[in-house]
Design a protein around this ligand. Structure first.
Ligand code: BDP
Length: 705
């Protein structure tokens, strides 16, 4: 009797997460008891034991994670045994370096899950491969898929799948909206926050295999002996999860902490300093990943300070890495003051360097030519540097997409870039194929996402921001997955498995980015956000530290029309694209409306393909965009019974903010652009009830110190 009561208590405690408020900490790795009893019985029958074939540290993680996951999902422990038990059905984990798992350089991370007799076998070419297979297996159970007859093979398409943290040594996060940095530098290396392990688990579960832990606007501090010990401690937490640690480096470090007179990359002492530094790093962290560099950009020092090129700098660092197994990711996000069109700068500086980079160097390019705007055409460097592996850099943190207060699911935005056809080697030369190296036969390939993670209990501030972290990892692994498939998977693992609620949430997520674009920067408007903080609208901004930090530089509104003429009549930035792209985008009639004002200055009364004039279309998009937030609110309200109450309330409140701010954007932009178009707000929409002056006051408030 006592035993039975104890068991009952255990079951209740085990199921506790179902009844208590969900604080979001467990992300998509909830491992809550499978609710359907019949399904649970089937899973239990298939997973009576786990056995694994070696002492590899990542393999051990895989076994432990599988035990942990199944314990939660099946509500009973699954023993880890040395050998398969003949009469029972179980799960075997096996490293087999010669396993036939197709894929390129990244295939050592691939896995296969198949039936062997009565058992399920997860095979990987490496421990990491098995770990990824285990997470895939757990995902099957979490999302309620059958295990019987399972036959899954998967290999990542991209080799280096990194998060970039813009975290500073003082605990702040540049463009972070989820609290402070998760790294506690003053406690390291002695104290290891358990959060580091949960962070590593989450990343491994979506295939992320590297993290650059510090801001690209880097401090030299990380290269000191003291900090190398701290980084070593973090690397020790990441290693069992197949994750390597990378560092953003401050170019002038040889001067600042090395006591040298110069940081000239061609100086013998400077070369020696970096070589010694990389030896120090590898001595302490044998699997150190390498360097990420922002140089000669936004005031950061770099090789150009000494009359050298980006290639001189990158190649010197590659040489400093020597025989160590590391890489240099050199960022192409550069633009000098005084240029007529910032759009062209990175291209003009980097394109001529194609073919001059050392084999260990990858050039890291943002998805679009300006700066992580809500919608940008793909960066013209994609396809234009065939001799250089290019890392795609996207931003997961929502710097220009509403911080942590707007629900914006970013997979459609990432995919829009990956699926863009550069046409540089004929149709089908997508950005994805440039990035995975297949278009130009590169041996190495990479993708990076600027993290949206912070010390907030739920990691990302906005509960739905977790989906963006998740989606980045899943797309880095396989960019052919659809946004909807990823959203469905995430929702089922994180929020609810009730089919109608899943469909509703996925629908909201899938439309959210387009909705955001409509009420902020429709038709290809860009860079009209609030100064410095990059929040809220400020299309009238005409004075800033530099012309290309204003809004008027980009939208060019006047009495004639709106938009930046980047055709041959204007800045001719269009000429940076391949002829096929130029042809389509160069004609306002064939240019997709989403990119129209990126490339054309269009007359206010010009009719568009929608049948409306530019002005009417613009106003319509602002109004319908803001109204769509009300739709999002209604849809979200409808899933209340199926979603954890606290989480539901949190998202509801954030949607209220989003609605208020969508109206703010709408009113600011239609009233401001109306001062040029001189036309009425089209029916059936009602003109804003506040004045432009009212709104300017509101925006100014945000800029106050
Ligand atoms: C911009 C951010 C700035 C970053 C920069 C970068 O506003 O904080 O340092 O990108 O990527 O979008 O280097």
């Amino acid at each position: 009797m006592l035993l039975r009561s104890l068991l009952l208590l255990l079951v209740i405690v085990g199921a506790a997460p179902l009844c208590r408020a969900d604080d979001g900490y467990r992300l998509w790795l909830k491992y809550d008891l499978v609710a359907d009893a019949a399904q649970r019985t089937q899973y239990r029958a298939a997973a009576q034991f786990i056995s694994s074939n070696g002492s590899d540290v990542v393999l051990k993680t895989a076994a432990a994670e599988l035990q942990r996951g199944l314990q939660g999902l099946l509500g009973q422990p699954v023993p880890l045994v040395a050998k398969a038990e003949g009469a029972k059905r179980g799960i075997l984990l096996a490293i087999d370096p010669s396993a036939n798992i197709s894929g390129g350089a990244a295939s050592k991370d691939g896995y296969r899950i198949s039936m062997q007799g009565r058992n399920l076998v997860v095979t990987g070419r490496s421990g990491a491969g098995v770990l990824y297979g285990v997470y895939a297996l757990l995902r099957q159970v979490q999302t309620g898929q059958p295990l019987a007859g399972l036959n899954l093979t998967s290999s990542p398409r991209i080799q280096y799948r990194l998060l970039n943290h813009w975290d500073n040594p003082n605990g702040t996060v540049e463009r972070g909206y989820a609290g402070s940095s998760i790294w506690k530098w003053y406690e390291l290396p002695q104290l290891l926050d358990p959060r580091y392990t949960d962070y590593a688990r989450a990343n491994a579960s979506i295939g992320i295999n590297g993290v650059a832990i510090n801001n690209v606007n880097a401090s030299a501090r990380y290269l000191t002996a003291e900090y190398i010990q701290k980084i070593k401690a973090l690397a020790g937490v990441m290693r069992p999860y197949g994750i390597r640690v990378y560092l953003s480096v401050f170019w002038a470090a040889p001067k600042v902490i090395g006591g040298l007179k110069t940081s000239d990359p061609l100086d013998a002492q400077v070369k020696q300093w970096w070589a010694a530094k990389s030896d120090d790093l590898y001595k302490e962290i044998p699997d150190f990943g390498g360097f990420l560099v922002k140089a000669n950009s936004e005031g950061e020092p770099g090789p150009q300070d000494y009359g050298r090129t980006h290639a001189d700098g990158a190649n010197m660092l590659a040489t400093a890495l020597g025989a160590h197994d590391g890489i240099v990711m050199w960022r192409a996000f550069v633009y000098k003051a005084g240029s007529a069109d910032r759009f062209k700068q990175a291209y003009e500086e980097f394109k001529p360097l194609d073919g001059t980079f050392a084999p260990k160097v990858l050039v890291q390019v943002k998805n679009g030519p300006i700066d992580f705007q809500a919608r940008e055409p793909f960066h013209p460097l994609f396809g234009a540097m065939p001799k250089t592996p290019l890392v795609l850099e996207v931003q997961i943190t929502q710097e220009y997409l509403g911080f942590a207060s707007h629900l914006v699911y970013l997979a459609p935005m990432f995919k829009e870039c990956l699926d863009s056809d550069t046409q540089t080697k004929g149709p089908g030369s997508t950005v994805a194929k440039v990035v995975d190296g297949s278009l130009d036969q590169h041996r190495i390939s990479g993708i990076a996402g600027v993290a949206n993670i912070g010390s907030d209990r739920n990691w990302t501030g906005h509960p739905m921001g977790q989906a963006n972290w998740y989606a980045f990892g899943r797309l880095a692994w396989d960019y052919t997955l659809t946004s909807k498939a990823i959203a469905t998977e995430w929702t089922r693992m994180t929020l609810t498995r009730e089919p109608q609620a899943v469909a509703t949430i996925v629908d909201v997520m899938d439309r959210s980015r387009d909705i955001y674009v409509r009420y902020t920067t429709p038709l290809g408007l860009h860079h009209i956000m609030g100064q410095n903080i990059h929040y809220g609208p400020e299309p009238w901004l005409a004075e800033a530290g530099r012309p290309d930090w204003t809004a008027v530089y980009y939208h060019k509104a006047d009495s004639v029309g709106l938009g930046f003429d980047r055709t041959a009549r204007g800045s001719n930035a269009l000429s940076l694209y391949s002829p096929g792209v130029q042809q389509q985008w160069g004609d306002p009639k064939t240019c997709p409306l989403n990119y129209l004002l990126w490339f054309h200055h269009v007359g206010w009364r010009q009719p568009l393909s929608t049948g409306r004039t530019l002005w009417n279309e613009l106003a319509t998009r602002y109004y319908t965009g803001a109204d769509s937030v009300t739709w999002m609110q209604q849809r979200w309200a409808s899933v209340k019974p199926q979603v954890d109450a606290a989480l539901h309330a949190d998202v509801t409140a954030r949607l209220d903010i989003q609605r208020r701010e969508a109206l703010w954007w709408r009113d600011a932009c239609v009233l401001y652009f109306q001062t040029f178009s001189k036309q009425p707000i089209p029916a059936p929409f009602a003109p804003p009830t506040r004045t432009l002056a009212d709104i300017k006051t509101l925006v100014n408030l945000y800029q106050l110190k």
